[in-house]
Design a protein around this ligand. Structure first.
Ligand SMILES: [Cu+2]
Length: 105
């Protein structure tokens, strides 16, 4: 009985990676949530700043993910629907920093 299980496992793993569905896995994540915008925020100097901005922007309704690149000041915001830049700017301002613009992807 255990031999049958082993054979089944072997077949399923081999079929998975040989199939054409492999390439669709990474793209799936980006396609799920609707909108991604990248904003430029000035004034952030350390991880604490990043945490403050991330916390405030995450509070905006519909926001699913916030990623801050401290080196560039780029704040990547994923959301279920398009956000008003003024709304994001207000959140950034609330954290104590300034949103200066939008990076076009
Ligand atoms: Cu800081």
């Amino acid at each position: 009985m255990s031999e049958n299980l082993l054979i089944e496992n072997d077949e399923s793993t081999g079929g998975c990676c040989g199939g054409s569905s492999c390439g669709t896995a990474p793209a799936d994540e980006a396609a799920v949530s609707g909108v991604r915008e990248v904003f430029v925020v000035t004034g952030m100097t350390c991880g604490h700043c990043v945490g403050s901005v991330t916390a405030e922007v995450s509070k905006i309704s519909g926001v699913t993910n916030v990623t801050v690149d401290l080196a560039t000041g780029h704040v990547t915001v994923d959301s279920e629907q398009p956000l008003a830049q003024a709304e994001v700017a207000a959140a950034v301002d609330e954290a104590g920093y300034e949103l200066t613009g939008l990076v076009s992807a």
